[in-house]
Write a protein that binds this ligand. Structure first.
Ligand SMILES: C[S@@+](CC[C@H](N)C(=O)[O-])C[C@H]1O[C@@H](n2cnc3c(N)ncnc32)[C@H](O)[C@@H]1O
Length: 219
C-alpha cells in the first residue's frame, strides 16, 4: 500500500467527515441520481456471479447495490483513505467482508496487483484526472465485459464551474481541479479497446454511459 497516492488532486479533498456524511445520506435515501442510473443499467445487463472493480468507489454504493443483486465479488480502489475505511466498515457491517476487498491508492499504483473484473465502474472519477485517456486505457485492460462511467458533460456551465474551482483552488494553494473530457476522448479510449457505447442518461451536470465489450473483441 502506498504511503501517499500519486493522485494529488484528490488527496486531502475528501475527509472522514465527508465520507461519513455520504454514508448517512446513502443509508437514509439509498442510491440516487446518476449513480442509480448506472447501477440500474448494469443490473439490466445481469450481474449474477459477476465480478466488479470499482475505481474511486467512495463509500462503496455501487459495490453494495450490485452485491445485493447477486454480484459474486467486488474490489474497490480509492485514492482517498477515509473513503476506503468507511467503505470497508460498511461492507463488513452488511455481511460482505468475505466478498469484498478495498484498497487505498490510485488505479495506476495498484494496477499490476489487481485481477481483471467483468465490470469496471468509475462514478465521478475521471473528472479528477487531467489525463483520462491513460486512466481509461488501464481500465479497458482490466474490464472483461463492461465499463460504467459517470462523468461531467462538456457544457458552458460546467466549463465555467471548472474554471471557478481552479481559480479558487489556486488561491487556497490546493491542487483540487475538476477536469472535463470530451466524449471523443472518452469514447476513443474505450472503442479502441473493443467496447461500444450505450448512453444511459444525463442530468444537468453529469452523463452516464455504459460501454459493453463487442463480441469477439476480448483481449
Ligand atoms: C468525487 S469522488 C466520487 C466517489 C464515488 N464514486 C461517488 O460517486 O460517491 C472521486 C473519488 O475518486 C477517487 N479517485 C480519483 N482518481 C482516482 C484514481 N485514479 N484511482 C483511484 N481513485 C481515484 C478519489 O480519491 C475520490 O474518492
Amino acid at each position: 500500500m502506498p504511503d501517499k497516492p500519486a493522485c494529488e488532486c484528490c488527496v486531502n479533498t475528501f475527509t472522514t467527515k465527508e465520507a461519513e456524511a455520504d454514508l448517512k445520506r446513502y443509508r437514509e435515501h439509498g442510491v440516487e441520481g446518476p449513480t442509480r442510473s448506472l447501477v440500474d443499467a448494469i443490473k439490466a445487463e445481469g450481474v449474477e456471479g459477476a465480478t466488479l472493480l470499482d475505481v474511486g468507489g467512495g463509500i462503496g454504493v455501487i459495490q453494495l447495490e450490485l452485491l445485493g443483486a447477486g454480484l459474486a465479488r467486488s474490489e474497490s480502489i480509492d485514492a482517498t483513505e477515509p473513503y476506503v475505511e468507511v467503505a470497508r466498515a460498511e461492507a463488513e457491517r452488511r455481511g460482505y467482508a468475505d466478498r469484498t476487498a478495498h484498497r487505498f491508492g490510485t488505479l495506476a499504483d495498484v494496477a499490476a496487483e489487481i485481477d481483471a473484473a467483468d465490470i469496471v465502474t468509475l462514478d465521478k472519477v475521471i473528472c479528477c484526472d487531467p489525463n483520462a485517456v491513460d486512466l481509461l486505457d488501464v481500465v479497458a485492460a482490466k474490464a472483461q465485459r463492461a465499463v460504467g462511467l459517470v462523468y461531467p458533460r462538456v457544457t458552458w456551465w460546467n466549463r465555467l464551474a471548472s474554471r471557478i474551482l481552479a481559480a479558487w483552488s489556486r488561491l487556497r494553494r490546493d491542487s483540487l481541479r475538476w477536469h472535463l473530457h470530451t466524449d471523443a476522448q472518452v469514447d476513443g479510449a474505450l472503442r479502441a479497446a473493443g467496447f461500444e457505447r450505450r448512453d444511459v442518461g444525463r442530468t444537468f451536470i453529469w452523463q452516464v454511459a455504459l460501454f459493453v465489450r463487442v463480441a469477439g473483441s476480448r483481449r
